[in-house]
Every structure is written in C-alpha cells, then in structure tokens.
Design a protein around this ligand. Structure first.
Ligand SMILES: Cc1cc2nc3c(=O)[nH]c(=O)nc-3n(C[C@H](O)[C@H](O)[C@H](O)COP(=O)(O)OP(=O)(O)OC[C@H]3O[C@@H](n4cnc5c(N)ncnc54)[C@H](O)[C@@H]3O)c2cc1C
Length: 429
C-alpha cells in the first residue's frame, strides 16, 4: 500500500481515517473499486438507494488524483457552450449545461448532508484568458448563456478588472463564474469515507482488486486475501486503471497525464491580499493550463501540466515555479514548501464517460482535469445504473469510449502535443 505523496493537502489535513485490508470472503450487493471522489460518491448514492456496498482501495482513501488535486469545482467543461452546441447540437449543449451545474450542486449536497468539514465554499471561479481568440470564445459563451438559458451570472471582466481580481497584469481578460467552489480535496475524501463507514459501508484500504469475473448472476472480485461476491461492480479507478489487471478493460480508454503542483510557504499578509483578494480559484484558458488559489494558511497553490511522462521530475517543478513567477512576479522570492504530482485521465473527446461493460459492471472516468464536481454527479449516475436506470448525459453517456488506437505510443505522442501547445502559447496565437 502506498502512502500519500508529500502534498500540502496531506500536511494540512485535520482529519484521518484507518480502514483495514480485506482478509475474508464476503458478499454484498455492489463492489466498488477505487476510493477516490468517484468511488466514494458512488458509495454515498448507493447507500441512499438502500444498497449495501463494499469499497476496495489499493492504497489509502483519496490516494489517487482525488487527494492531490486543486479542489476547484467548476460548472463548466473544457469546451465553451457554443462549442458544445456546434459539436453536439443545442439540445445536448443544454443537457450538458444542466449536468455541469448539477455536478457542483451534487458535491455541495454530499458535503452538507454529511456535514463534511472539508473547507467547501462557493468561492466563485475565474478563467483568465490571454489570447484574443480565447477572449472571443468566452464572450460568446456569456452571450450563449444569456440567450439560451437566461443565465446572466457569468460575466466577462476586462483587463483592468481581471488584473484587480487576480493580482497580475498577465491576462487580457477573465471569465467569472460566481457558482464555482473550492474544497480541501483530501479532507473531503477522508471525511466522506468516515461518514460512509459510520452509515454502514464497508471500506478496505491496502486492498487492490487484482481481477474480477462475471460468475452466475453476479461478479466475483479477487483481492490478495479475500474475495468479494457482488451482484454488481462499479470501477472507479480513473487514471490509475493500470494498477492491476482489474482495470484492463478500461486502461486503454484513457491517457494518464501527469499534472504537477507546487505550494509556497505561507505568504505575508500584504502579498497574500494582492492575490485573488475576492477568494476565487482560477483555471486559466492557456492551452497548457495553470490553476491556482490561495490556501487557508496563506500559501499559494499553483498547478500545471506535469510533462510528457506519467511522473514529474525536478525540472518540471522548476519550470512550474518559473511559470508562476512569470504570471505573479511578486512571488519571485517566495520559497516553495511542497511539490507533488498526480495523474489526470484524458480522453479523445476531452469529456468524461459513464457506462457499462456488461449489465453488471459499470464505470465512470476520464474527467480531463475537471473531476472535482463531475465525479460527484458521476457517482450518482453510477448508482442509478446499478439500480437499473441510465440517465442520459449526452456524449458523456452515449459517446464513443473505445480503447485508444496506438495507446502504447501515448508518451511520445503526448510529448509532441505538449511541445506544440507550449509553442502556440508562447506565440500567443
Ligand atoms: C494534480 C491534479 C490537479 C487537479 N485539479 C483539479 C481541479 O482543481 N479541479 C477538478 O475538477 N479536477 C482536478 N483534477 C482532476 C480530479 O482530481 C480527478 O478528476 C478526480 O480526482 C478523479 O477522481 P476518481 O475517484 O475518478 O479517481 P482517483 O482519485 O484517481 O481514484 C482512483 C483510485 O482507484 C484506486 N485503484 C486503482 N486501481 C485499483 C484496483 N485495482 N483496486 C483497488 N483500487 C484501485 C487508486 O489507488 C485510486 O485511489 C486534478 C487532477 C490532478 C492529478
């Protein structure tokens, strides 16, 4: 069982949990593989439906992307809504708009229902933009929302207002979505796991599902020291699906890409107040996105693409620090206290997918770095699938989610793509 990376989240978590490994054969209604946001949300919603479930986690609660991420919940996708309409038609774009808000609402509902002490705040979210083409894309998005759904909450901020709200003159505008939120992601995982356990969910850490097979009218999941016989199986292993052969049918449908993070020492009050003074989190619109927020002890969290391999080297962290100082020159002499990385699951259509491999085996994954809110919704969709309904969420439930051709070549291909994106950003085209 692997421990948490040395992240700011692990260092600052006010909560802990301890779930023993499985050491016997057991029966349940649903087995869930993975105790990240998706698996825990699925367990929460299965519980609400009155279904017994067992969560199996190879490492610790929230050990994967869920305990390492920015904790930024955004009611948006990587595409703007006009782009979604062009691609999938108006009805689907509207459905996806409702799903994006449903996702943040679902996260908030889970937090409130269990009274989770995980720093959830509807802080608002900023998408700072650099290029003229991105400014035009986001203005079109604001207009689309106003005309199609009479939603006038998101607003485009001009350069001066963006600079005031973010604390840098680096960007030419910013898109403000007041309904975005933030959480302490590891505290969310730990407090939710503790609440579910108290509600009767069996949770076993240090328990990799090594393989599973459909047998009779159910599924048998094998772990090193016990088997789980279940009526149905939920696979929530996301970018970590290649940990064991249990994720084999899914691992080639997503490309794991490292996202790296640095967190500074706590900033002095004047510096701290110059950054995001309204308390929002930000995810910029550059092709190689940077995302950042001020943490509760006044440290600055700054994340970005972790390079082409599925690990992050010191060179990557040094580059991330240079990127941070290029955007926020006032941080030039601030020390970095924590650095870590995690894997983001990318998909060919940049959308997550929920579906079933078999009438008894369901999956939800591929959030492309937007899983904090969407995983809360996907947990509910997975529980619904177990219960026999499969609500449509447009291409996220009906789109192609096949093994990616030439998956084995993904590292060199990613290297080319990332270098190209860096060049395009540097040229501002
Ligand atoms: C650095 C970073 C920053 C990010 N920032 C944001 C952000 O700010 N906002 C946002 O919306 N999204 C963000 N994301 C994406 C977000 O973290 C993910 O979409 C989300 O956490 C996915 O949750 P999950 O439960 O599906 O997967 P994970 O959290 O990765 O969980 C999968 C779990 O499955 C376990 N597992 C795998 N195989 C097995 C097996 N065979 N048996 C048992 N257990 C197994 C793993 O150990 C792991 O714990 C970020 C991701 C990273 C890496």
């Amino acid at each position: 069982m692997q421990d948490y990376p040395a992240s700011w989240w692990a260092a600052s978590s006010r909560h802990a949990c301890d779930f023993a490994a499985l050491r016997e054969d057991i029966e349940t209604h649903v087995a869930v593989i993975g105790a990240g946001f998706t698996g825990l949300s699925a367990a929460h919603h299965l519980c609400e439906l009155g279904l017994r479930c067992v969560v199996l986690e190879a490492n610790r609660i929230g050990w994967g992307a869920s305990g390492r991420n920015g904790g930024i919940a955004v009611p948006r996708y990587k595409f703007t809504y006009p782009e979604l309409e062009d691609k999938y038609g108006e009805a689907t774009a509207l459905l996806m708009y409702r799903a994006a808000h449903d996702a943040v609402d679902s996260l908030e509902r889970i937090v409130r229902q269990h009274g989770l002490d995980c720093g959830f705040v509807r802080s608002g979210h900023l998408t700072p933009v650099v290029s003229a083409s991105d400014v035009a894309r986001f203005i079109a998005d604001v207009e689309w929302l106003a005309s199609r759904v009479h939603d006038t909450a998101p607003r485009m901020l001009d350069a001066a207002e963006a600079s005031r709200r973010i604390g840098t003159a680096f960007y030419s505008a910013a898109y403000h979505e007041p309904r975005g939120g933030v959480i302490h992601p590891l505290e969310y995982c730990i407090t939710l796991a503790n609440a579910l356990y108290a509600a009767g969910v069996r949770i076993h850490c240090g328990t990799p599902a090594t393989r599973w097979q459909v047998e009779g009218d159910g599924v048998v999941v094998h772990t090193p020291n016990g088997r789980v016989r279940a009526k149905q199986l939920v696979i929530a292993s996301n970018a970590y699906s290649d940990l064991t052969p249990a994720g084999k049918p899914l691992e080639k449908r997503v490309v794991p890409v490292a996202s790296a993070v640095i967190a500074t020492e706590p900033l002095p009050p004047d510096l701290r107040e110059s950054l995001l003074p309204g308390g929002e989190a930000a995810t910029d619109a550059k092709r190689l996105t940077n995302y950042y927020r001020v943490l509760r002890d006044g440290s600055f969290f700054f994340g970005g693409r972790g390079g082409a391999s599925s690990r992050a080297s010191q060179r990557i962290y040094d580059r991330l620090r240079r990127d941070m100082v290029a955007i926020f020159p006032q941080l030039a002499s601030v020390a970095v206290r924590h650095q870590w990385f995690g894997l983001v699951a990318m998909t060919l259509d940049t959308l997550p997918h929920v579906g079933s491999l078999d009438a008894r085996v369901h999956y939800g994954m591929g959030y492309n770095g937007r899983g904090v809110a969407l995983s809360a919704l996907f947990g509910r969709l997975l529980a619904n699938r177990v219960a026999g309904h499969a609500p449509a969420v447009g291409p996220m439930s009906s789109g192609r989610f096949e093994p990616i051709p030439f998956h084995a070549l993904r590292v060199p291909a990613k290297q080319v793509a990332i270098t190209w994106k860096q060049l395009v950003d540097a040229l501002g085209v």
